[in-house]
Design a protein around this ligand. Structure first.
Ligand SMILES: [Zn+2]
Length: 334
């Protein structure tokens, strides 16, 4: 059992019930594997982490919230215990050129893992991005968000495991609005856009189509494949890079684009191109509204690496909410 602070729980599964808590896996180098697992009742669900080696304790499921590399689906996708949306599974296959080995679901549907019914919820972060929630035998609802752009479909929950990409309450750059007007003006002037191949590129194409742009959009290979497969007919006509007047290129290929005006779609401020603020995430205010919406008893901030998770946890703690962050987890499995 994991009752003693710092005790490492190795190998055997005990039949007696485990209380709901977050644990981390110690890897072969003695460090922590990415992110965490949730132990509850007699179950262990890993969240956005790499596969444990065969000799290690195996979770009942590797839940993969979406296909960005800092959520480790590249490794977890090779386990038959992986659980990801159909789009996330396909995006992982395209991105990493490997076959997805796990189980899939349609976002919004439920999936049964070891007699636990896991509900899935869209988060609007990438195509196929999904939050997971389930009820423990003691009646607590656990919600794991992954990265979030739109929290409206998330359920009320007791234990919220959330991201903090823009969760630093002391950093003014964590407060922003997407500059849709600037994007529209740039589109009118015939500009091309720098956007990461998975996530931002599809957001850009969807926005362009929503703004009535019907012509071909040029894209580099991976962006083109991801966009046409994941968006289907909604992507409209696509062409290879420079095969159309307007291009959506990965940032490192933006220099190859033949366009008078070029903009990098990002919230970053260190770009050599002019930028347009277009984010796949909630800003700090959005994260606060999300917490209000979910109205949890307890919060664990699990992503991203670095100080932001701890700073958000500190802020929520000061607001009177029982909150911790990944670096404070003191229960471990091997
Ligand atoms: Zn992400």
């Amino acid at each position: 059992m994991l009752n003693n602070v710092g005790e490492v729980w190795k190998g055997l599964r005990l039949e007696e019930e485990m209380r709901l808590e977050a644990v981390r896996r110690i890897n072969s180098r003695g460090g922590c594997a990415p992110h965490l697992a949730i132990s509850f009742d007699t179950h262990l669900f890993s969240i956005d982490t790499s596969r444990a080696p065969k000799a290690a304790l195996q979770p009942d499921a590797y839940l993969i919230t979406h296909a960005h590399s800092d959520h480790y689906g590249k490794s977890a996708m090779l386990s038959s215990r992986a659980v990801a949306s159909m789009e996330t599974a396909r995006a992982l296959e395209i991105r990493y050129d490997r076959e997805y080995q796990g189980r899939t679901f349609r976002v919004g549907e439920s999936i049964l893992v070891d007699e636990v019914l896991i509900d899935t919820h869209p988060t609007g972060h990438t195509i196929g991005s999904s939050a997971f929630s389930w009820l423990t035998e003691t009646g607590e609802r656990v919600l794991v968000t992954g990265d979030v752009k739109d929290y409206r479909h998330l359920p009320k929950s007791d234990f919220l495991v959330m991201e903090a990409t823009y969760g630093d309450p002391y950093d003014p750059s964590c407060i922003f609005d997407d500059d849709i007007a600037a994007f529209s003006e740039a589109l009118d002037e015939g500009a091309s856009f720098g956007a990461y191949a998975f996530g931002k590129a599809q957001r850009a194409v969807a926005l362009m189509r929503a703004m009535g742009y019907r012509d071909e959009i040029g894209m580099d290979d991976k962006s083109l494949m991801l966009t046409s497969e994941l968006m289907g007919p909604a992507a409209g006509p696509l062409a290879e890079l420079n095969g159309a007047g307007i291009n959506v290129a990965t940032p490192w290929n933006l220099n190859l684009v033949r366009s008078r005006a070029k903009y990098f779609l990002t919230g970053r401020r260190d770009s050599s191109y002019p930028t347009i603020q277009l984010s796949d995430h909630l800003d700090f205010r959005g994260l606060m509204r999300m917490i209000e919406h979910v109205s949890p008893e307890r919060v664990l901030v699990y992503h991203p690496q670095g100080a932001r998770a701890g700073l958000l946890a500190h802020h929520l703690q000061e607001c009177g909410l029982d909150t911790t962050s990944l670096d404070c987890i003191d229960r471990f499995v091997r």
